[in-house]
Every structure is written in C-alpha cells, then in structure tokens.
Design a protein. Sequence first.
Length: 224
Amino acid sequence: MRALVICDKVEPILYSAAIKQHVGPVEMIISCGDLPHYYLDFITSTLGKPTYFVYGNHGREVEYQTGKGDQWQSVTEPSGADNLHGRTVKAGNLLMAGLEGSMRYNDSPRFQYTDFEMWRIVYKLAPKLFINRFRYGRYLDVLVTHSPPSGIHDQPDLPHNGFRSFLWLMRWARPRYLLHGHIHIYRRDVVTQTRYHETNVINTYPYKIMNLEPGEPIRLRKTP
C-alpha cells in the first residue's frame, strides 16, 4: 500500500493546496507523532484516506476547543484518525500496531514512559499479536512508534534514548517495518534506515512516501 508517513514537523508543501500534486495517489496516512491536530486534520480531509497515528512526547491531552456559543468541545485527537497506541488494526492487507511517546525525562504525566513501563505495554500488546498469527499467519507487518529502538537511530541524551523493548518485539513479532519519528535530521549523512533481523527500521522525519508490503507468513522452525 502506498502511504504518506509524517512526523514532528509541519511541512509547508503538505499543508497547502499542492499536497495532492506533490504526494500523488496514496492509500493511507500514518503519523509517527508530535504533529498538531490541525495539520493531521488538513491532510486527512484533503487526501480523503484512512489515517493512523501515535502521539509523540509533546502531545497534549486537549489541543484546542471547538464549537459555538455555550456548546464547546475539547479536541483531544485528530478528527477521523485512528489511534494505534497499544492496539492492532488490519488496514487493507497490512497488520499494524502502534506505541506512543518517548523515554521519560521529566514529570509530564502523559506520553513519556520508563523502559519498564514500555515493557508492560509491549507485553499487553503481545496477546493481540498472537491473534493475528492465528488469523493471518503472521504477527505484524508495520509497527508505528514515535521513538526509535534502543541503539538504532537514537541519541545519547535521555529524551532521545530508544526503548529496549522494541528490539525484543522486532525479534519476536518480525514486522516488516518499524516506522518512527522523534529524531530530527539536519544532515544528509545521518543514517535513517537500518535492517534489524527481519525488520526495516525507518526514521520518517519529516515525511516519506512509501510502498508498504505485508510480510511473509511465519512458519514454525523445525527442531533437529
């Protein structure tokens, strides 16, 4: 499936009437976090395609209020978009799941996690992936995260450390892709795509147009 994957930065070319001409036909939109709702709302409504997202560490529980007179409503998620955090969905022929946020580096109550806290979320996700394996012959095709895995595309400062649980999840569930944001790119020589076992780990900052394909059915390994 041809997907527009975005994160971390509002790109003027995407937030304009030229977006359709620039990106061409796509079948889905994926956000890896830290984008304002209005930006994702605009892209979703303009392209008219299913949108999936996770929150970044700078996400806000209430981004703005909308309504008239006394009828005001808090806007807590992008309109028409599907929050993937801790969930699995089947989008066309792709099995997708998501994990939000970053490593905890201050006392913010939302969208930051210790490594232990993220391990707990990953373990809670595992039974849902077992159901995928039973139904479709594979656990997962696309893992959407905000932060990178530990040691892959991450940085030494605590806010930009990656999660070790992501490494285990890739080895076990064998997704074809892990798409992340969080790590801003300012030089052309920075590595943004790395192969880890059977997974292509891709930093999508600030956006990429990708052809995402489902993985192969998982066959049980024969014991000698």
